[in-house]
Design a protein around this ligand. Sequence first.
Ligand code: OTD
Ligand code: ZN
Ligand code: ZN
Length: 347
Amino acid sequence: MNTEITIIRPDDWHLHLRDGDMLAAVLPSTAKIYGRAIVMPNLIPPVTTVKLAEEYRKRIIDARPEGSDFKPLMTCYLTDTTSPEEIKAAYAVKAFHAVKLFPAGATTNSESGVTDIANVYPVLETMQEIGLPLSVHGEVVDPEVDIFDREAVFINRVLEPLRKDFPELKIVFEHLTSKEGVDYVFEQDKNMVATITPHHLYLTRNDLFSGGLNPYMYCLPIAKTFADRKAVRKAAVSGDERFFLGTDSAPHPARIKEKSKAAAGIFNAPTSIGYVTQFFEEMNALDKLEGFTSIYGARFYGFSPNSSTITLAKRDKPVEIDWQLKSGGDVVKIFKPGIPLYWELVD
Ligand code: OTD
Ligand code: ZN
Ligand code: ZN
């Protein structure tokens, strides 16, 4: 028997859409499911100004499939030299919905990121004043820190001081992966929220090595232990408004994934809502799905939930799709954890 569920159309509060051929290839998958998305600014060159964000927004709008009214919500790539005046002016015209902090070197295309948080204190002061959220890649880049501890160490070294100095600053702790991260957010107030990705609901670090080294399970922050995954899973189904969906869908061509020094990033957009729904069902928490995917994030960013709905169906047999897309001359593989997918979008 097929089971169906209808929910308010979700939003994706953390997404990498890229540009050019890749944008054209991946955008339809997102636009089919999500009403809006917070679009990450880590292009080359990064989206650091209102002008660049507006141009990028137009390219996304132009790449939408016919009839789609998907809305990209632009973000600003924070650098050591971002000016508070630009941020203020941008906010006035709603050019940016968040400012993104990439510690320099922390993840893909983060080379222009912030080298010392002290450098951006004037900008943070302004953001606190106007209520513009800071979206954070929460990992230290210190090569002396074990890669599995980088999120936990970031809390002590960067987030705690930041929270003390800017208690009213709205912060999104992006793509939570650790028990320490989850515990920390639970201890904070409404100004501190977190996104959770579909892949971090499914993966542990074992998946990186299962059956041989697998670059398609490699993203940053890296998947962690069973205990960490358990904490992230609990947060997702908790019904606590501070935790909501951000897919962190981050496509790379297969030739960039299947090589030494493989790029970090998991492209999950096409199967994202199916796997998230399947996970909530497994946790007996389907009643909490809509809050996580379609309500809490909107509320935090100051929007009403979408006015349309989507319907998902659970199939008797695993969903069969072509687990890859074509982008220009490239192939982009879709996230496929070791578990068959039973849920798919039907309307
Ligand atoms: N993580 N890859 C990318 C971004 C994310 O940290 C992230 O938000 C990417 O390719 O842009 C990744 O592993
Ligand atoms: Zn990140
Ligand atoms: Zn990301």
